[in-house]
Ligand binder design. Sequence first.
Ligand SMILES: [Zn+2]
Length: 168
Amino acid sequence: MQPPATPKADLPESAPAFAVERTLGRLGKWLRLLGFDALLETECPPGGFWVCCDRGRTLLTRTRRTAETQAARAPVFIRSNDPFEQLEEVVQALGLTAVDIKPFSRCLRCNEPTEPLPREEARGAVPDYVWETQPAFSRCPCCRRVYWRGTHTARSIERIEAVLSAVR
Ligand SMILES: [Zn+2]
């Protein structure tokens, strides 16, 4: 059987990358928001998820049976139902610190690293009030979605940083 294509063939050794089980989708999005490479099982073709797990990714699971059957992959077993507490569990399990996080550096939809977008090019691509008030923009090379540090996400980042400082 032909193994399915993986979006990430070569992962940098230093950056933690994750394979996120389907029950942890919201955690996966939070990891992307922080800049981590997070492959979601829900976005993989059937069987593809497990192939990707073998390529240097840390498996995150909340299913005890999966944790047992996939023990050889050294999964991180997540206990909480709350995405922030789940994030705290990941941070503790991997010993992550604020140095490891790069907020807004990855597309939430595609899991691709975003690229800086010059202000002039962002004009017209975002609402006028956003363009006038935000100093910096980035764009996904895949889906062309434009990102900026909005008020809501800035508050979320503060919460994330609180999680990180609590475990340091
Ligand atoms: Zn994208």
